[in-house]
Ligand binder design. Structure first.
Ligand SMILES: [Fe+2]
Length: 243
């Protein structure tokens, strides 16, 4: 049997639900929150978790169209992330739940939402914890820093042929993400990245399309020479070896 979460229940049973709201003002408030992305709230007003998911679902579903534009999608998804109300009850619960992982000396992953076209995951790092250089094959990623401070570097894979298992990576971004700051990658641009927390940090990641068996198998990890071999003033190009 299919599983239906609270958000889909609200959406799929709307006529009956609207009837109930006449008698139950509390439920009406929930309906308003869930429909925030349909113009019932001001453009720049923070959006709650349900409205956020509904809007991301709509944007991510476009990936099946011929005119799918990854760059435009990550721009729109980044905007949605910047509007997400980080004090939403659902998120506060998830942030608190993730605290159970504090002290376990590894990055924690908490699934927040999984759909056909995207998934959202909460990542929690403690100070100095890092995720080594890796790619996201044929995927886009939008990363919202919900708390803390984390250093990130992104790279483009260059087409130049190297000896077996070696590649050239051009460093395109070097950022320090703080609360409310969003980073993104597409299948072609900034697709490879590295992250290291400077303090306890929580990130909300959207990946579209979501990871599946094939994309996990295609994923690569890299050992990257820390010093670029390109000369000063030129794009920073690093030699790297696929693990
Ligand atoms: Fe990643």
């Amino acid at each position: 049997m299919d599983e239906y979460d609270r958000r889909h229940f609200i959406r799929t049973s709307l006529p009956g639900f609207l009837g109930l709201t006449m008698a139950l003002p509390g439920l009406n408030a929930i309906a308003t929150r869930a429909n925030a992305c349909n113009g019932r709230l001001a453009e720049k007003q923070p959006i709650n978790w349900d409205a956020f998911l509904e809007a991301v679902e709509k944007e991510a579903s476009r990936q099946h169209l011929d005119d799918w534009n990854e760059a435009a999608y990550v721009a729109r998804a980044s905007l949605l992330c910047s509007r997400l109300n980080l004090k939403d009850e659902h998120l506060l619960k998830a942030f608190k739940k993730a605290h159970r992982g504090l002290g376990n000396k590894r990055v924690d992953f908490e699934p927040l939402e999984k759909q056909r076209d995207f998934h959202v995951t909460l990542l929690q790092f403690e100070k100095e914890e890092a995720i080594p250089h890796h790619n996201h094959p044929e995927m886009t990623g939008v990363i919202l820093c919900a708390s803390g401070k984390i250093e990130t570097k992104n790279y483009d894979l260059l087409p130049d042929k190297m000896e077996k298992d070696h590649v050239l990576l051009q460093e395109t971004n070097h950022d320090f993400l703080k609360k409310g700051v969003v980073s993104s990658l597409t299948s072609k641009k900034r697709n490879i990245h590295w992250l290291q927390a400077h303090e306890t940090t929580q990130l909300v990641d959207i990946f579209a399309p979501p990871y599946n068996k094939e994309r996990i198998e295609k994923s690569s990890w890299f050992d990257v020479d820390p010093e670029p071999f390109s000369e000063k003033g030129n794009p920073r190009i690093h030699k790297a070896k696929k693990r």
